[in-house]
Design a protein around this ligand. Structure first.
Ligand code: ATP
Ligand code: MG
Length: 526
């Protein structure tokens, strides 16, 4: 999938998730608030209605007492009739409402049914149900009492109409009076129970609201963590191939053109990786071609150079004692330049050989002290020219070991040349060569310009020249230390450098004394 679609869809999923969860949160909170409000309204309405019912009962009682007082009984009967009917109709509608509220339309039950069955189970502590059955019983009792009071009232009115005052008084004292009292008590109890029920219910609703809030918070936090996880996974999916690509670019910058990107994603980065692989393939081919060309070219230069060397030696021999100082100086110039050219050619040849993977060591028994001395004699024109004093420290007159003698001479040659090149005239160079079984240690220390600390890690790279060489305009190709490090590595050894700007530089080479050790390489871990 294209990168832009990948990003688009992951953001879309996250946005949708959050929108849905926020909407849900909003709807749930609204539902809860509405239910709570409806409950409170219903409870308050019931309490007001019950108080009204009690008031009508008091009126009824007053009208009933009035009936027995002297005066026009027709008016009083009419009045009592009216109040009785008023009580009856008020009670009928109140009863309906109480039943509806308590047993059919509980908002709390509706919520319980929908989402919170599990949530509210522990909150529904049976008291609601107990309370409901209590209310139901009380309503039944009130209803029953009213039927009795109503019947008593009707009988009393009939007795009055028949002007049977004795019968009416009997009814009042034996039936109606007590029942009205009982009805009053029951209505008051019903009022109290409903009030209590309302308080209990609001408490529970508040608890449910609190639980819902925690549930919503937990969901939101869960969603947030999920979003972070998704963001992380997406970011990783995008950055991983970029990192692989970055590593490959870095490797290429270090002249390693064998770049292969194993897993290519199916997006723009994948396409870029493919193009990049193509590019590295082309560069690899170009590099091989360049190395082959260079190798051929330098080989061709070897024979004319050999002739120059031979001719110079013959000239020196034929002149021998008769040589005058001017001739000596010219001969030294020829020899110095010949050496520079010779070293350049060897370095280029070796570099190209390394590049094509062709370097092979010719192991033989050699005396490294002698090899070093030979090399110093060879380099003496250059050393003399700068009037540099070389101090040599040896642990023995002869140090025998098994290595490639010619390559060892190249190590010495490159390191000594560098020390001379980067030192001021008339300074000193300290060279030490010692053995400690199973290794030989070669160190060369100059008191020259030193290498800037930041550049030290790069000096062994092919064609790298530090800024100091530019500063004092020393000539070179930046191949010397690369060759040295390759030769040391091929011998299973290691090279270290310590340098301070303005104070000097020291290179330390450690090489195992024989081929077996060099090939095992175990000493490196010691
Ligand atoms: P080449 O050896 O190919 O003629 P070079 O001497 O410039 O060229 P290297 O021998 O590879 O190249 O050294 C790399 C760089 O390290 C040098 O250009 C120089 O900046 C720095 N360097 C090496 N040896 C010394 C030293 N003894 N003192 C100061 N800087 C050094
Ligand atoms: Mg050099």
């Amino acid at each position: 999938m294209k990168l832009k679609y990948k990003l688009f869809f992951s953001y879309l999923i996250l946005i949708l998730l959050f929108t849905i969860s926020l909407l849900w949160l909003f709807l749930e909170m609204r539902e809860l608030t509405l239910t709570l409000r409806r409950h409170v309204q219903q409870d308050v309405g019931s309490i007001i209605d019950l108080s009204g019912q009690l008031q009508i009962l008091e009126d009824l009682n007053a009208d009933y007492i009035l009936l027995f007082l002297p005066g026009n009984s027709t008016d009083k009967i009419l009045r009592l009739e009216r109040t009785r009917l008023k009580y009856a109709s008020h009670w009928e509608s109140l009863k309906q409402r109480l039943f509806r509220k308590n047993f059919y339309h509980s908002g709390l039950d509706a919520i319980t049914d929908r989402f919170y069955r599990a949530l509210t189970q522990n909150l529904q502590n049976n008291s609601d149900r107990k309370m409901n059955s209590r209310v139901r019983t009380l309503i039944g009792q009130v209803d029953n009492l009213w039927l009795q009071v109503n019947a008593g009232l009707k009988a009393s009115i009939a007795a009055f109409r028949k002007q049977n005052l004795q019968q009416a008084r009997y009814l009042r004292d034996v039936k109606v009076k007590n029942k009205i009292q009982e009805l009053r008590t029951h209505l008051a109890t019903l009022n109290r129970v409903i009030g209590k029920q309302s308080i209990e219910r609001s408490k529970r609703m508040t608890a449910i609201a609190a639980k819902t809030e925690s549930l919503i918070w937990a969901t939101e936090i869960g969603l947030l963590l999920f979003a972070i996880l998704i963001a992380f996974v997406v970011a990783r999916k995008i950055t991983k191939p970029v990192e692989v690509l970055k590593d490959s670019v870095q490797r290429m910058a270090m002249h390693d053109f064998n770049v292969e990107i194993p897993k290519k994603s199916n997006d723009e980065i994948g396409e870029l990786s493919k193009d990049f692989e193509q590019l590295s393939k082309r560069l690899r081919e170009a590099d091989r071609f360049k190395s082959a060309m260079l190798s051929q070219f330098t080989h061709e230069m070897k024979s004319p150079l050999g002739s120059i060397k031979q001719a110079t030696q013959l000239l020196e021999q034929s002149l021998k004692k008769d040589i005058n100082p001017t001739q000596r100086r010219f001969l030294d110039i020829i020899k110095g330049n010949y050496q520079t050219l010779q070293r350049l050619i060897t370095n280029i040849l070796h570099t190209t050989a390394y590049d094509i993977g062709q370097i092979q060591l010719k192991y033989q028994k050699v005396d490294v002290v002698r090899l070093m001395a030979e090399q110093l004699v060879y380099l003496s024109p250059m050393i003399k020219e700068k009037e540099i004093k070389v101090n040599i420290k040896l642990s023995a007159k002869k140090i025998e070991c098994e290595l490639d003698g010619e390559k060892f001479k190249e190590i010495v040659q490159n390191l000594v040349t560098n020390a001379v090149k980067f030192s001021a005239p008339k300074t000193e160079i300290d060279i030490s060569l010692r053995e400690k079984f199973p290794l030989i240690f070669f160190s060369i220390k100059d008191h020259g310009i030193g290498i800037p600390e930041k550049e030290i890690p790069y000096i062994f790279e092919k064609m790298y020249r530090a800024s100091n060489s530019e500063k004092i305009s020393v000539k070179g190709t930046g191949l010397g230390l690369y060759i040295v490090s390759q030769i040391v590595r091929a011998h299973g050894g290691r090279i270290k450098v310590k340098s301070t700007v303005g104070k000097g530089t020291e290179f330390r080479v450690t090489i195992p004394k024989n081929r077996k050790l060099a090939e095992e390489g175990g000493w490196l871990d010691a």
